[in-house]
Design a protein around this ligand. Structure first.
Ligand code: TYM
Length: 329
């Protein structure tokens, strides 16, 4: 039997190039060789206040984004986290295995509690236990995510081992973090020292998969660059390294080849052509996304089928967990 992979994205705002390069791009490759589950993690999204109608729209848009980028519903189960109740149920059990000190060390929690200082709720704090439930419910072997999630995966590994050792039964599979080959951390266009993020303050930080061609061109034109005008990657050129990575992903050309193409040419040409390359790459994705957004029945069918397949595995694992823990009667 092929190994199982699972990953997920929070339906907050719009999918951006960082989500695509760090996560979705790997999924569409891995779905051919692994049993794949891709989740839209709406329960995670409510750790930050969301407007109900916007959340619902973002859930559907995120699902449409997965499909438009090339996740194949015949190969992978695409589902919404809240439609498989076992995620919340297992999260509770895992909460009781998670130490406060471990959660306090999580950088995503530290960042989010700075951003949302007026609402540092318990859900935001125990977010990783829910994420552990997402992964462990399916005895997932590999978790393809960007680098910012590596710390969470480490914690999930520890939880799985701790639980198995406590009951002396290998209930959970210990999952592995799978980074993308390229672009594990795409940086903000406005600041190459910070990651591209859905929750960035500046509108110039991220390119959303739903941005219009003109907005994309403008964002790339305004992107921060490094000193001196040579187009090359390197530790001393964080902004250009980031832009070259994006260029390489959307064209399939290597960074070395792109550097050669731009020898003796400045940032102006480079940015104009990068803008056109991103627009050319994104246009068919946007067209497909619109098709799925306009066909509610088709999207519902994909999500229903995905949830059903996920549920079949999830109920089984939760039962095993309840049995070893001694829950029920
Ligand atoms: P989220 O919604 O913040 O991001 C979704 C995915 O996109 C990746 N990513 C990036 N990769 C490269 N560069 C960036 N700038 C960038 N920004 C985001 C993330 O690494 C992630 O892979 N906790 C998770 C969601 C989650 C999950 C799970 C993931 C919940 N349960 C179970 C995997 C398995 C999160 O906040 O991702």
């Amino acid at each position: 039997m092929s190994k199982r992979i699972l990953s997920g994205i929070q339906p907050t705002g719009h999918l951006h190039l960082g989500n695509y390069i760090g996560a979705v791009r790997q999924w569409i490759e891995l779905q051919h060789s692994y049993e794949s589950l891709f989740c839209i993690v709406d329960l995670h999204a409510i750790t930050v206040r969301q407007k109900p109608e916007e959340l619902r729209a973002a859930i559907r848009r995120t699902a449409a984004g997965y499909l438009a980028c090339g996740v194949d519903p015949e190969k992978a189960s695409i589902f919404v986290q809240s439609s498989v109740a076992e995620h919340a149920e297992l999260a509770w059990v895992l909460n009781t295995f998670t130490q406060m000190g471990e959660l306090e060390r999580m950088t995503q929690y530290k960042d989010k509690s700075k951003q949302h200082a007026q609402n540092i709720n318990a859900g935001l704090f125990t977010y990783p236990a829910l994420m552990a439930a997402d992964v462990l419910l399916y005895k997932t072997e590999l978790v393809p995510v960007g680098e910012d999630q590596k710390q969470h995966i480490e914690l999930i590994r520890n939880l799985a081992q701790r639980f198995n050792n406590h009951y002396d039964k290998p209930v959970f599979t210990v999952p592995e973090y799978v980074p993308p080959k390229q672009g594990a951390r795409i940086m903000g266009l406005d600041d190459p020292t910070k990651k591209m993020s859905k929750s960035a303050e500046s509108e110039w930080n991220a390119i959303a998969l739903t941005d219009t061609p003109d907005v994309i061109r403008k964002k790339i034109k305004r992107a921060v660059t490094d000193s001196e005008s040579e187009v090359r990657a390197g530790d001393d050129k964080p902004a250009l390294t980031n832009l070259l990575t994006i260029y390489s992903v959307v064209t399939g050309k290597s960074i070395a080849d792109l550097e050669k193409e731009y020898v003796g040419r400045g940032y102006g040409d480079f940015k104009t052509e990068l803008g056109e390359a991103v627009v050319a790459w994104i246009t068919p994705i946007q067209e497909k996304m619109a098709t799925y957004m306009n066909d509610a029945g088709e999207l519902d069918a994909v999500l229903d089928a995905g949830a059903e397949r996920a549920r079949a595995i999830a109920t089984q694992t939760l039962k095993e967990v309840y049995d070893v823990v001694g829950l029920g009667y």
